[in-house]
Design a protein around this ligand. Structure first.
Ligand SMILES: Cc1cc2nc3c(=O)[nH]c(=O)nc-3n(C[C@H](O)[C@H](O)[C@H](O)COP(=O)(O)OP(=O)(O)OC[C@H]3O[C@@H](n4cnc5c(N)ncnc54)[C@H](O)[C@@H]3O)c2cc1C
Length: 382
């Protein structure tokens, strides 16, 4: 059995793990990242690439999202890698009076915070999105967010982390931990053993499973989410278009479709999302999900009926019972950290990953980060 020694080992090669590796290596920590499959093969490579801000309620998340958006503006330069960053409007279609009230207040808040945002009447939508036929829509909220290519975003962090000396190993599934009195001494990948000063588990929907290998517990749950992408088209959509009741819809039913669509820089239309509550992690598309997304997409864009869909995919998307992230030291452990279940991941990860690195290295972090401590979940005995 061979042994290698690291200051920090990260489990998971999605946005969270890769961005943390970049900051840890930049601060001089000897860092190893272990990814079970290819880099960004989890939710990071399955996502829509939006740098979301509009839905964020007042408080830490909104200030992080706004600061993150600003950070993203210069991140390609910082990481010396282009990931197709651009500003893109988010057009949110509103169909009920309660939502209309909420969005009017939210748009006023976003404006106060300096984000370009406005309310649009239903009869103005044709000017903004010529192909859209939003029958029954009362109004829409619009905000100027951002968009990027998720694979290139992950690649940018991976490459920059490697340039700073991080060791990144794909196809290296963590199979166990060696620990003693709440201290993880080593991480195992099959027969290989990696000694370490600290571990960060950033394994997305697999986080609960990985933590349990160390005898730790976090009630990570997940939904099963599907999306699909079209052939390349000439300019067709000008914004990301989605529905105001996305979160309510996907959380209220065991199966639901809440359609959203945006045109990628390549010209392809990325259409999201069919969601099913799930107790198992798998990557299968379903007939109801694909058909449901197609039906709802054509309900909004009937004249795009002849576009060809070239690929569909599915992935587990994690969440905790309080729908807040878990970031911090696992209770009962001296050196086992977790970072998962993010909200507005692309927008917040540039900042959060810097704070996660500081936390692991024992440096000061913004006081608000304690709100996300996994210590809020303690398993009841018996
Ligand atoms: C359809 C869809 C659309 C989305 N759209 C957006 C969007 O537009 N904007 C946005 O900000 N967010 C979006 N999200 C959410 C976003 O994708 C996730 O929040 C984000 O990718 C999570 O990153 P992560 O690094 O925490 O997890 P992941 O990307 O899931 O990474 C976890 C990694 O851990 C690895 N792993 C698991 N077990 C092990 C093991 N034993 N050993 C080693 N490695 C292991 C996995 O293989 C995986 O690669 C979307 C999600 C979905 C499903």
């Amino acid at each position: 059995m061979s042994t290698n020694v690291y200051d920090v080992i990260i489990v998971g090669g999605g946005f969270a793990g890769l961005a943390a590796a970049y900051h840890l290596a930049g601060r001089g920590a000897k860092t190893l990242l272990l990814e079970a499959k290819g880099l960004a093969s989890g939710a990071s490579g399955a996502c829509a690439g939006r740098a979301q801000v509009s839905e964020s309620p007042r408080g830490l998340h909104l200030s992080m999202a706004l600061a993150g958006l600003k950070r993203l503006e210069s991140l390609e330069e910082e990481l010396e890698f282009e990931f197709e960053w651009r500003r893109l409007g988010n057009l949110i279609l509103i169909y009920d009076e309660d939502k209309l009230l909420w969005w009017r207040e939210q748009v006023a808040l976003l404006q106060q915070e300096g984000l370009e945002a406005t309310m649009l009447e239903a009869d103005e939508l044709g000017e903004v999105e010529p192909h859209l036929q939003a029958e029954g829509c009362l109004a829409a909220a619009w905000a100027l967010e951002g968009h990027l290519n998720p694979f290139k975003f992950a690649r940018a962090y991976a490459r920059a982390a490697q340039e700073r000396g991080a060791d990144i190993r794909a196809y290296s599934s963590v199979t166990g931990f060696e620990s003693n009195a709440g201290r993880i001494a080593a991480v195992r990948v099959g027969d290989e053993r990696f000694a370490t000063g600290a571990v960060l588990v950033a394994a997305g929907a697999w986080t609960g499973r990985v933590l349990s290998m160390a005898g730790a517990w976090l009630p990570v749950q997940f939904t099963h989410a599907e999306a699909m992408i079209s052939e390349r088209l000439p300019q067709t959509l000008h914004n990301h278009v989605g529905l105001a009741d996305f979160y309510e819809t996907i959380h209220a039913h065991s199966r639901a479709v809440s359609v959203g669509a945006a045109q990628q820089k390549s010209g392809a239309l990325l259409i999201t999302e069919a969601v099913e509550q799930s107790e198992t992690i798998h990557r299968r598309n379903s007939t109801w999900g694909m058909a449901g997304m197609a039906r709802d997409f054509l309900g909004l864009f009937p004249d795009l009926a002849n576009i060809r869909i070239v690929r569909g995919w599915a992935i587990a998307s994690p969440f905790l019972p309080d729908e807040q992230p878990a970031i911090g030291l696992m209770p009962g452990f001296e050196n086992l950290f977790v970072a998962t279940c993010f909200l507005l991941t692309i927008t917040t990860i540039p900042l959060l990953s810097e704070w996660i690195a500081a936390l692991i290295l024992g440096d000061p972090v913004p006081p608000g980060l304690h709100l996300y401590s996994p210590a809020r979940y303690v398993r009841e005995s018996g």
